[in-house]
Design a protein around this ligand. Structure first.
Ligand code: NDP
Length: 395
């Protein structure tokens, strides 16, 4: 029985609130705090209507460590769940250190003025978290998150040696808008427009953005063209999966999406460098975010499915093995259950499951951990029960 403090009332925060509220045995009290109180109120109302449960809400600016520390001291949570934005990771880790509370997030820290997608800043908290006797769990969403746990499970159960991993992320859904991003537009567009990168034979190979693509046959979605991107879980998996020779990340995009993105890039709207406009400094990408549909509003008419997994090759008992470990999630089902689209759902469910692993001491330690460093089995068991069943397909 534990109280949790969720920070961030966006698309993912809503799912985490619903899912925690649904498991009364583990989450005895749920407190949701965010920068804009009205977004917390909306989620509070939904949870009351759909789950018949009261959650507490609060306003906080998570960039301000002192404000968060005051909130933590009032709420006294066993765990702080960060589903605000990657910019808040370090201030929230600082607040957890000061207050002596465990921490969990779904995305690595991003410096506001430079797209990096690196763990170095958060890994640097290792000694401080150890010395304080508290735990930080990094990247407990879907990718990073479930995909890392799939890799850990493959290493533990399915393979004696792993040669290569291809993480394949397909959103085969349709939200009906000409252009929208499925999670925070600023982070999403930063991720896609940076140079591509993968790891092979002990070194990183860099490629031009979106310059390599391949068609994969995704379970329950069909054939889709996917593009090689750099994604943050590659950095931690290279460290934690033994003997790996190559790891890459692929994501599908439709032609319509890519055309819009190309135009926006060409006119400078995806830039994070501030410009002066009518005497004010604005960041073009932040302005674009304000114009695009809010990801948390996409769910209502979303149809289709996400199909995401890890294609892994290696050996078991001296024999070559190739297996795909994956999950398929339906946008309409997600909407019915928690009023969210499947991208928020597939992120929010593993967030709740990671939180449960920590609160029940199935995942425990002092210091900073990526999810693949912990036992994959209890996590995967719980994941299937909480709405994301997963499968292994031999190829
Ligand atoms: P949204 O933009 O929908 O929500 C973010 C929320 O954080 C908003 O409610 C926002 O408040 C709040 N917030 C922003 N800044 C602050 C602040 N300074 N203090 C308090 N609250 C703040 O994003 P998503 O819900 O789509 O994504 C949430 C996180 O999940 C992101 O970090 C994203 O990168 C990550 N993610 C991870 C995935 C994975 O698989 N690992 C997949 C998808 C997302 P306001 O409403 O006031 O702006």
């Amino acid at each position: 029985m534990s109280r949790v403090l969720i920070i961030g009332a966006g698309g993912v925060g809503g799912v985490v609130a619903h899912k925690c509220a649904n498991d009364r045995d583990t989450f005895s009290e749920v407190v949701l705090a965010s920068r804009t109180l009205s977004r917390c109120e909306n989620i509070q109302r939904q949870v009351r209507e759909l789950r018949d449960r009261e959650i507490e809400i609060a306003q906080v600016d998570a960039d301000d460590v002192a404000q968060t520390v005051t909130l933590i001291k009032r709420v006294q949570p066993a765990l702080l769940i960060n589903v605000a934005l990657p910019y808040q990771d370090l201030p929230l880790m600082d607040a957890c250190l000061e207050a002596g509370v465990d921490y969990l997030d779904t995305a690595n820290y991003e410096p506001p003025d430079e797209a990096k997608f690196e763990y170095q800043w958060q890994w640097a908290y290792q000694e401080r978290f150890q010395a304080r006797g508290i735990m930080a769990l990094l990247g407990s969403g879907f990718d990073p998150g479930v995909t890392n746990v799939f890799c850990a499970y493959a290493q533990k159960e399915l393979f004696d040696e792993i040669d290569s991993i291809d993480i394949l992320d397909c959103n085969g859904g349709d939200h009906g808008h000409p252009f929208a991003t499925n999670f925070n537009p600023e982070i999403n567009i930063r991720e896609i427009t940076q140079r591509g990168r993968y790891w092979e034979n002990g070194e990183w190979v860099e490629i031009d953005p979106m310059s390599q693509s391949r068609t994969f046959d995704f379970p329950e979605v069909g054939e889709r063209k996917a593009y090689l991107l750099y994604h943050e879980e590659l950095e931690s998996l290279v460290k934690h999966i033994d003997g790996l020779k190559r790891i890459r990340f692929w994501m599908t995009f439709g032609e319509e999406y890519l055309t819009h993105l190309r135009v926006l890039q060409n006119v400078g709207m995806t830039s994070i460098d501030p410009i002066e406009y009518e005497g004010r400094e604005i960041v073009p990408l932040q302005f674009l975010k304000a114009m695009l549909p809010d990801p948390s509003t996409l769910g209502e008419n979303y149809t289709g499915k996400t199909s995401i997994g890890c294609l892994i090759e290696g050996r078991k008992n001296g024999e070559h093995r190739k297996a795909f470990i994956y999950n398929v999630c339906d946008h309409e089902e997600s909407w019915k259950e928690v009023r969210a689209q499947a991208v928020s759902y597939t992120t929010g469910v593993p967030t709740m499951v990671g939180a449960k692993m920590m609160l029940t001491d199935q995942w425990r330690g002092s210091g900073v951990f990526n999810v693949e460093q912990l036992d994959p089995e209890p996590f995967l068991e719980e994941l299937a029960v909480r709405g994301l069943p997963w499968h292994v397909k031999e190829l």
